[in-house]
Ligand binder design. Sequence first.
Ligand code: OSB
Ligand code: MG
Length: 370
Amino acid sequence: MHIEKIIIRHMNMTMKSPFTTSFGSVQQKRFLIVEVHDERGNIGYGEGEAFEAPWYTEETTETCAHMIECFLAPLIFGAPIEHPREVTERFRPIRRNNMAKAAVECAIWDVYCKRIQKPLWKQLGGRREKIAVGVSIGLQPTEEALYEKIEASLQAGYGRIKVKIKRGHDVELVKSIRSKYPTVPLMVDANSAYTLEDLPILKQLDAYNLLMIEQPLAADDIINHAKLQRQLTTPICLDESIHSYEDVLTAIELKSCQVINVKQARVGGLTEAKRIHDVCVDSGIQIWCGGMLESGIGRAHAVALTSLEGFTLPGDTSGSVNYWHEDLIEPLVSVEEGFVHMREKPGIGYDVNRMKLEKYTESKQTLFPE
Ligand code: OSB
Ligand code: MG
């Protein structure tokens, strides 16, 4: 397969409502869509899922565009590609910048699957015909707003609720949710809001039968997560701490967590995400697939990934209507009774609506081989 052209689209879409974590809020989403064009006219799509500011990882929308233009695209143009799994190796000389790498790697998977006329999820080795998904609810301005969201999510059939917490919005919040919903599968995500000094607070969360506590401590603090896990009965799930297969080995060795949230964007693509899935299955670590408030294109890649059998816990890939008035794909990612059904269409399984893609493109860069 020869890639003859790569287009970086700078997208701008507005979410239905702001999404707030312990770091801050996002509503205006500036992100990238990468198109890779092969010599037969097939187009593969990937999403640059970094945010405009580096609060979640060190990458931003602009650093991703820079990395793709100056370093990653030349490596793709440099030689033909027989199989998408070669891309991870080809990008290895470039340090980190995983979200930039994933945008291109995912697009290569899509175009490859379209060439051979196979659905991406099956090429990845997925077996599930439908995947269980939960919903992630950001910090809300009021309790009423929170309960409205929880109620709407349960009505929509989501079988697992994740709520964001931060210092001062934690134990009382969880206690109150539990008193209203004693048995709902419930978990919390701190996005690194705590330190080990908050142990007394975090220990109190053990009383509420949570599925897990996601990323309580700093992203680079795998050691203290191990100390914390020894003192909690609630499983710890790592999100921001995991950038690679090697990070997972470290977390397993140190016993820093019992669960891993993998995102293809954070680990540099689908090949690395699958490697992580495989080692988690072999090591008895539970794994599920997270989200980045992506458009349907990034979501479709996450849905395909989640079809692997080790994804035994519901993921965060809630449906398109949860965040968007309009999405870039057809049909929308839709959730019925808590499940997204896999599709048989080649590639990501969803059609990209080119009119909507243009509508939300602020600018584009077209790259060719030298
Ligand atoms: O921590 O999982 C996270 C959104 C943006 C950045 C980080 C996270 C999240 C979410 C929402 O929790 C996941 C989604 O629905 O896309
Ligand atoms: Mg998280």
